[in-house]
Write a protein that binds this ligand. Structure first.
Ligand SMILES: NC(=O)c1ccc[n+]([C@@H]2O[C@H](COP(=O)([O-])OP(=O)(O)OC[C@H]3O[C@@H](n4cnc5c(N)ncnc54)[C@H](O)[C@@H]3O)[C@@H](O)[C@H]2O)c1
Length: 262
C-alpha cells in the first residue's frame, strides 16, 4: 500500500493491540507516519483488561521515528485534539484518522444490561468515534486526500444474541459515518466504515467469555472461511481505505468478515 503522497500521516486509536495495532504496523510498514493512540493503564475502563501502556510503547518502538505513541482516552475530546496536534507538530499533516478503539460488553438479554455496560459501549464505541471525527476532520480537510475510517462490525448489520447494546453501538457507528460523509460532500475527504467478522483479538476472547464458550475458535463456524480472521487481514482493508486509491468509496461500509453469517 503506497502512502498518499510522500510521508502520509495517520492517527489510529486502539493502536496498542488487535486490529488497531495491525493497522498501525501496516501503515508504518508502507511508509506512513502514525500517531498511535491508546488508553494506557486504565484498569477500571472496562470489565476486562484493556491494553497496557507497555503494549502501546512496544508497537511504537517497532518503527522508531515513524510511529509516535500517545496515551489518550477516546472519551476525552480534548485529549484527541491534542493527539491530532501531535500529528501536525511531529509530522506536519494528517491524512487519515482511524477509529479502532471500542469495548465489548453484554452476555445478557437487553433488559438485564447494566447502566455501566451501556455507558462503556456508547461512551467509547460511539462518542469516542465522534470525538475523533470532531478532532481530526479540520486537519483532514487540509490534506489532499483526507480519509476517516471507523471500525463497525458484523454486529452493525445483524441482531446478535445477547449483544443488543453492542449491536446498537455498532449500528450507530455506521449511521455516524453516513452522516459524516454527507457533511463532507464535495470536499474530497472520504468517510467509511469497515465491518469485520470474528477476528482473533482480546475483544473476541471477551465475547467468547460472555458466551461461556471454551474458546473464541468456536466463532469460526459462523464464517464461510470456517476460520477466524487475522487482525492483519482486516488491517489490509483499513489501510486501503486510508489510501488515495480508495477515492471512489465514501459514506458506505466495507464488509471484511470472511462471509459472516449469524
Ligand atoms: N475482534 C473482532 O472479532 C471484531 C469484530 C468486529 C468489530 N471489531 C471492532 O474492531 C475494533 C478493534 O477491536 P479489536 O478486536 O482489535 O479489540 P482489542 O480489544 O484488541 O483492541 C481495542 C483497543 O482499544 C483500546 N481502547 C479501549 N477503550 C479505549 C479508550 N476509551 N480510549 C482509548 N483506547 C481504548 C484498548 O486498550 C485496545 O487496545 C473495535 O471497534 C471492535 O469493536 C472487532
Amino acid at each position: 500500500m503506497k502512502p498518499v503522497d510522500g510521508a502520509a500521516v495517520a492517527l489510529v486509536t486502539g493502536a496498542a493491540r488487535g486490529i488497531g495495532a495491525a493497522t498501525t504496523r501496516r501503515l508504518a510498514s508502507a511508509g506512513w507516519r502514525v500517531v498511535a493512540v491508546d488508553i494506557g493503564d486504565a484498569p477500571d475502563a472496562a470489565p476486562y483488561p484493556l491494553a497496557t501502556r507497555e503494549q502501546l510503547s512496544t508497537v511504537a518502538a517497532e518503527f522508531p521515528g515513524a510511529v509516535v505513541d500517545v496515551v489518550a482516552d477516546v472519551r476525552d475530546a480534548d485529549a484527541l485534539r491534542r493527539a491530532v496536534a501531535t500529528a501536525e507538530d511531529e509530522f506536519g499533516r494528517l491524512d487519515a484518522a482511524v477509529a479502532c478503539a471500542a469495548v465489548m460488553a453484554g452476555g445478557t438479554p437487553l433488559w438485564e444490561a447494566t447502566d455501566a455496560e451501556w455507558s462503556a459501549l456508547f461512551d467509547t464505541g460511539v462518542a469516542g468515534v465522534a470525538n475523533l471525527a470532531r478532532a481530526a476532520v479540520p486537519a483532514l480537510l487540509r490534506s489532499p486526500h483526507g480519509r476517516f475510517v471507523a471500525l463497525a462490525s458484523s454486529a452493525a448489520h445483524h441482531g446478535l444474541w445477547h449483544l443488543a447494546g453492542y449491536n446498537a453501538a455498532k449500528h450507530a457507528v455506521v449511521g455516524l459515518i453516513k452522516g459524516l460523509a454527507a457533511d463532507l460532500r464535495g470536499t474530497g475527504v472520504c468517510a467509511t466504515a469497515v465491518s469485520p467478522g470474528s477476528t482473533r483479538t482480546d475483544l473476541l476472547a471477551e465475547t467468547a467469555r460472555l458466551y461461556d464458550l471454551e474458546s473464541m475458535e468456536e466463532f469460526a463456524s459462523h464464517q464461510l472461511h470456517e476460520r477466524l480472521l487475522d487482525p492483519d487481514e482486516v488491517a489490509a482493508v483499513v489501510a486501503f481505505l486510508c489510501s488515495a486509491e480508495s477515492s471512489a468509496i465514501t459514506g458506505s461500509v466495507v464488509h471484511a468478515d470472511g462471509g459472516f453469517q449469524p
